[in-house]
Design a protein around this ligand. Structure first.
Ligand code: PCA
Length: 220
């Protein structure tokens, strides 16, 4: 009998941080746990919002699941669209303490790593497909310098050095409405919309061989 080997997609979200009762990144990715896309199956996992340990957990998950695609997702309160991140930079510079009370300032994530890594997702294609599906999306030029950028950089370093054939990237998502209700004036997107956008991202990342050539830059 031929045994079918199940291919895994690793999709991560974060635990809540900065006094939020929930993190929409975890709420969205856990809704996709077990979802099949292009013959691969989503394994949704939670990362701690802690410098260092988040990457230890991520590296263990990659070793265990041997995913064909990794997308990490995080909350970016204040943003209004799904933000497909272009680049991870080699620095931790925390405005607030992480969930373990650490607040690194101007520390390299990897002392012998390059200054930056680009996402290996077809970022323009993902944004185009999200918009075509009616989901507000943008290319983002910075993932910040907190735990999300830390995880994004660590992910790309791990893949570049150990599994260069595996695509990886990071998507920031806005608050969901229940959070924005406690932060008057802040934009939000419904959880269902975010989940739909992540489905589109996974589909595009597994099917688009090459990124589309389309403007996605910013003047400043
Ligand atoms: N957002 C934070 C860390 C965890 C999360 O969901 C960030 O943007 O760095």
């Amino acid at each position: 009998m031929i045994q079918q080997i199940q291919q895994n997609i690793l999709l991560t979200g974060f635990e809540p941080f900065e006094q939020e009762p929930l993190n929409p990144s975890w709420e969205a990715v856990r809704a996709l746990d077990g979802w099949s896309c292009q013959g691969a199956r989503v394994a949704a996992r939670q990362l701690p919002c802690v410098f260092g340990s988040a990457l230890q957990v991520l590296d263990q998950l990659i070793a265990e699941l041997k995913p064909v695609l990794v997308i990490c997702v995080g909350q970016a309160g204040g943003r209004s669209q799904l933000s497909v991140e272009r680049v991870a930079i080699n620095v931790d510079d925390a405005r607030i303490a992480d969930n373990a009370g650490c607040q690194p300032i101007d520390q390299p994530i990897c002392s012998d790593g390059p200054a930056a890594y680009f996402s290996t997702l077809p970022i323009k294609g993902v944004v185009k497909a999200m918009r075509a599906a009616g989901i507000p999306a943008e290319v983002s030029q910075t993932a910040g310098t907190f735990v999300c950028n830390h995880v994004f950089y660590g992910l790309m370093h791990q893949l570049a050095t150990h599994a260069p054939e595996v695509r990886g990237g990071f998507i920031h998502i806005p608050y969901i409405p229940s959070q924005a209700a406690r932060h008057p004036g802040q934009p939000s997107l419904a959880l269902e919309t975010v989940i739909g956008g992540l489905r589109v991202a996974l589909q595009s990342a597994l099917t688009l061989q090459q990124d589309v050539i389309e403007g996605g830059g910013q003047l400043h």
